[in-house]
Ligand binder design. Structure first.
Ligand SMILES: NC(=O)c1ccc[n+]([C@@H]2O[C@H](COP(=O)([O-])OP(=O)(O)OC[C@H]3O[C@@H](n4cnc5c(N)ncnc54)[C@H](O)[C@@H]3O)[C@@H](O)[C@H]2O)c1
Length: 354
């Protein structure tokens, strides 16, 4: 019989949209977690989720849950503009906070989250789930073992041909999303590359963003459960590119698109280049010179060191069984780069980051 954990954490999930349901399912897999409450502004979506997952308390105003002393964790699956304000409220009420990506809609707000967590001595983690995949963990292990030699450059992307998370939803409105594909999927590609390189702080960022297909009603996808506003203006980016110079002088080339005339429907990879070898994801390959030319070796991902589910990992961290795999300071550094991409696109200049 597996040993039962010595304490149980009561979890409140806020937002029962597409990823909120994943938050609920994920926490429920950990024997030390109980999802006891759900906040969702849509009474229908809330009722459906609460019934399906047997959640005792359902409210439309999350503040009712923050008052409850028996709730230990708040898991935020809300439109981006609510991450920081709700996260800060939850931390101030003494809860540990798991917040989905992007951390916030500005580095200033991301910093406020970190300050609140430190002040309250609570855990804060951003749900960068891609980092946890066995493939990325194995690539990280290869790099840590020194298989690449000195790492100096990375290329990273998440590009979709027709994958805007529904035109007219909150995702395509700057007032709710803060930004478009850069914040939505660029964040994953960037976080993954910086994690593999083992360096997060950038010195300078040069970026460009486009909004070409979305405003024409093209490139629509089907992600998300929120309401559609047919009259809403599409005022976020649907394609972005950036060159990021890290403090050490290493570089990252980033590409993200929700919609573009691409051969693949949906594609992501990261390539990391070192003095001895290169590594590439999806599938995982090690590329190195040999006497007779070059060898491209496909590598089977090994059993991950850290649980590949970010919510299970978060509970393990709270139980003292794991070190946080995503640290708030890293997510803040990622947010600073994303913000700099937008500023660079607006000003036409390279942005220096302090
Ligand atoms: N980690 C990942 O891979 C991943 C994947 C998808 C989405 N996300 C992130 O998760 C967040 C949510 O995205 P989604 O796809 O679930 O969106 P969604 O539109 O499907 O769901 C958002 C839900 O929040 C609800 N909501 C809005 N305001 C609320 C409030 N004040 N109180 C309670 N409920 C409220 C909406 O009614 C909706 O049901 C976004 O920040 C997104 O970037 C992360």
């Amino acid at each position: 019989m597996p040993k039962s954990p010595s304490r149980t954490f009561n979890v409140a999930v806020i937002g029962a949209g597409a990823i909120g349901l994943d938050h609920i399912r994920s926490f429920k897999q950990h024997p030390a977690a109980r999802v006891v409450a759900l906040a969702e502004v849509s009474p229908e979506r809330g009722r459906e989720a609460a019934d399906e997952y047997g959640i005792e308390t359902l409210v439309t105003d999350h503040r009712e849950l923050l008052k409850r002393r028996d709730i230990d964790i708040v898991s935020i699956a809300l439109p981006n503009f609510l991450h920081a304000p709700v996260g800060i409220e939850a931390l101030k009420s003494g809860k540990h906070v798991m917040v989905d990506k992007p951390m916030a809609t500005s580095a200033r707000d991301a910093q406020k989250l970190i300050t609140a967590a430190k002040k309250q001595n609570r855990r804060l983690m951003v749900g960068q789930n891609m980092r946890f995949s066995p493939e990325v963990q194995t690539a990280k292990h290869l790099i840590n073992q020194g298989k690449l030699g000195d790492v100096y450059h990375a290329k990273t992307c998440w590009t979709r041909r027709s994958g805007i998370p529904r035109i007219g939803s909150w995702f395509t409105q700057k007032q709710f999303a803060g930004g478009g594909c850069t914040y939505d999927i660029g964040v994953h590609a960037l976080d993954r590359a910086l994690f593999l390189m083992g360096e997060f702080d950038a010195a300078a960022v040069s970026g460009q963003t486009y909004s070409q297909l979305g405003p024409l009603g093209r490139g629509d996808g089907n992600w998300g459960k929120g309401e559609i506003d047919q009259n809403a203006k599409f005022d976020v980016d649907d394609l972005a590119v950036a060159l990021i110079k890290l403090k050490s002088g290493r570089t990252v080339l980033l590409e993200a698109s929700w919609a573009a005339h691409l051969p693949e429907r949906d594609f992501f990879t990261s390539q990391v280049f070192g003095t001895d070898a290169g590594v590439m994801l999806n599938p995982l390959r090690l590329i190195r010179p040999s006497r007779s030319g070059y060898i491209t070796e496909q590598i089977e991902p090994t059993t991950p060191l850290v649980n590949e589910n970010r919510m299970i990992h978060f509970i393990d961290v709270l139980l003292g069984k794991a070190e946080p795999y995503v640290k708030p300071a890293e997510s803040l550094a990622v947010q600073k780069i994303l913000d700099a991409i937008y500023r660079s696109a607006e000003t036409g200049r390279e942005i220096r980051i302090k």
